[in-house]
Design a protein around this ligand. Structure first.
Ligand code: BES
Ligand code: MN
Ligand code: ZN
Length: 484
């Protein structure tokens, strides 16, 4: 699909925003006059009210048009960045249904570049392994025109959005690929492609991690025939050598649970257990692609969690790079083991101003928040506030969770410095976060538990069902707050 920003319309399908209580956008109003009130008459009889997410598809009586589509955007005065994007994204549903080849979006009263960005995000589908294309869901749209009153401005803004979309698509693709295709070494190879964008990529193999003493990360990968990897991405866009922002991702390319094996039902979902790493990779691609003026490092711990004769056992005690020891009571609580070493390494090597980690860490976050919100855990109120602001702007929702000292005792154990499970299932996401906290020292740090938001079983505003790319837009927006 090619999106172009243009001055005037030349397609048979015209799409307009409509606000609450059936208020047409300015462009739609003048259009309505030309069509002798067709739009306002149709609206008067419609159930459609212009609420967020509503769509009204009208067959046009006018020769110049086959269809006119109204997209509900809610209240006119309360539009956020994500609402402008939703105008474009929500237009794709009727266009998919109509099997339209071309259409025009009238971006009056809304930001044209934002609408283009939303449509682009929603157009992505993963059909690489469908040798016969699925006619029912395939997007036939070849050109989408955004009719704008300021073509130059919107074109420039859209260029930046396209770089971010590329990052989101990379994340979605990496997550969508099955675990026989994407495993630590092949994921590493994909990450190395970022060097074309000006990102420096370094890879630590098992021998190098052994030297550093990363016993927790290595313990998770030891049951797999695939070699574990730690990949470090650096992007210096600030134009000085100021301390970077760091992003750390859990990259379990497949999580069987290990010896504490998961049930067969739904185990295939665990191809997305590298979703945190996927988001960090996509974020670096987005930032480098749009030439962000910030110094950023990304660190991802890549392992496959398998049961085998070489696998770690419940009861094993591992020594982390920090020197702290962890009793592995459940080999399925592996993400925190990977992050314990990845976080410590990041802190020690880069002394970042802030660390944000992303991980599909716990099933418990789904119990707490469902699939709408990711859990935010942080040792710093100001950092939390910045992340929550970015969350509101982008619509990638975060909900702050507690991290009190009172939970510390839940990961205490007699045999080691800590254990990798909590006490029973209660507060499972919090006890996981508490373990991570012991590996960041005094660094301003936030942990995003994205287990519920990386993969959706039905379409959401900006993604068809499957991988969402959650985290890339959120953290791109967050980084903007640090740019000169
Ligand atoms: N990758 C899973 C968490 C997960 C579960 C993500 C469901 C998405 C959907 C993680 O490694 C895990 O298995 N966590 C365990 C921890 C428990 C054994 C303490 C869990 O949440 O059950
Ligand atoms: Mn697990
Ligand atoms: Zn896992």
């Amino acid at each position: 699909m090619i999106i172009s920003i243009v001055h005037s319309l030349s397609t048979k399908i015209a799409i307009f925003p409509c606000f609450e209580e059936k208020t047409l956008s300015l462009a739609a109003k003048s259009f309505d006059e030309k069509l002798s009130g067709f739009l306002s008459k149709s609206l008067a009889n419609a159930v459609f009210k212009g609420k967020k997410g509503e769509v009204l598809t009208l067959s046009s009586p006018h020769d110049d048009f086959s269809h006119i589509i109204l997209i509900g955007l809610g209240k006119h005065d309360a539009l956020k960045k994500a609402d402008h994007m939703a105008f474009g994204a929500n237009a794709l549903k009727p266009l998919r249904e109509l099997k339209a080849k071309s259409a025009s979006l009238f971006a009056s009263d809304v930001d044209g570049a934002g609408a283009a960005f939303g449509a682009l995000l929603k157009s992505w589908q993963f059909d690489k392994y469908k040798t016969k294309k699925r006619d029912d869901v395939e997007l036939k749209l070849e050109t989408l025109q955004i009719v704008s009153s300021d073509v130059a401005k919107d074109t420039k803004a859209f260029e930046e959005f396209q770089a971010v979309a590329k990052g989101v698509f990379l994340t979605r693709e990496l997550i969508s690929e099955p675990a026989n295709i994407i495993y630590p070494e092949t994921l590493t190879a994909r990450i190395q492609e970022l060097s074309a964008l000006g990102v420096t990529v370094e890879v630590l193999n098992e021998a190098e991690m052994t030297k550093l003493g990363m016993g927790a990360l290595l313990g998770v990968g030891q049951g797999s025939i695939r070699e574990s990897q730690l990949v470090v991405m650096t992007y210096n866009g600030a134009g000085n050598d100021s301390a970077p922002l760091a992003f750390v991702g859990k990259g379990v390319t497949f999580d069987t649970g290990g010896i504490s094996l998961k049930p067969a039902d739904g185990m295939e979902d665990m191809i997305f257990d590298m979703g945190g790493a996927g988001a960090v990779v996509g974020l670096l691609a987005a930032l480098a692609g749009r030439k962000a003026k910030a110094n950023v490092v990304g660190v991802v711990g890549l392992v496959e969690n398998m049961p085998s004769g070489a696998a770690q056992r419940p009861g094993d005690i591992v020594t982390t790079m920090s020197g702290q020891t962890i009793e592995v009571l459940n080999t399925d609580a592996e993400g925190r083991l990977v992050l314990a070493d990845a976080l410590w390494y990041t802190k020690e090597r880069f002394h970042p101003t802030h660390i944000v980690d992303l991980a599909t860490l716990t099933g418990a976050i789904l119990v707490a928040l469902g699939v709408e919100y990711a859990g935010l855990f942080s040792n710093d109120d100001d950092l939390s506030e910045k992340l929550l602001q970015a969350s509101k702007a982008t619509g990638e929702k975060l909900w702050r969770m507690p991290l009190d000292e009172a939970y510390d005792k839940d990961i205490d154990t007699d045999r080691a410095d800590m254990k990798n499970t909590g006490n029973g299932r209660y507060g499972g996401s919090i006890t996981a976060a508490k373990l991570l906290q012991r590996f960041v020292g005094d660094t301003k740090w936030a942990h995003l538990d994205i287990a519920g938001t990386v993969w959706l079983k039905k379409d959401s505003t900006f993604a068809v069902k499957g991988a969402t790319g959650f985290g890339v837009r959120l953290l791109d927006e967050f980084v903007r707050g640090f740019e000169a």
